[in-house]
Design a protein around this ligand. Structure first.
Ligand code: HEM
Length: 46
């Protein structure tokens, strides 16, 4: 769900994107997961 409240949740979110058509290299997927974790999970109070 959004926003992700943990690195695991960010990974799950990106996994759903891939299931729905996101095409990216493993490096790009890792970068997206890091971005979402830093922007939402690490920044949230949850
Ligand atoms: C062509 C590339 C992409 C496709 C096809 C795609 C597809 C999707 C899909 C299907 C969802 C809904 C997932 C779910 O909750 O079940 C989603 C959500 C999301 N995606 Fe992507 N995605 C792409 C690229 C990206 C990239 C590069 C980012 C990096 C910031 C990103 C950030 C997000 C965020 C923040 C959400 C949550 C939005 C919300 O629930 O309101 N996406 N994406």
């Amino acid at each position: 769900m959004f926003p992700p409240t943990s690195a695991e949740a960010a990974r799950d979110l990106v996994t759903r994107m891939v299931d729905e058509g996101l095409v990216a290299t493993p490096e790009e997927l890792s970068q997206i997961i890091r971005y979402l974790t830093a922007t939402y999970a690490d920044a949230s109070d949850a």
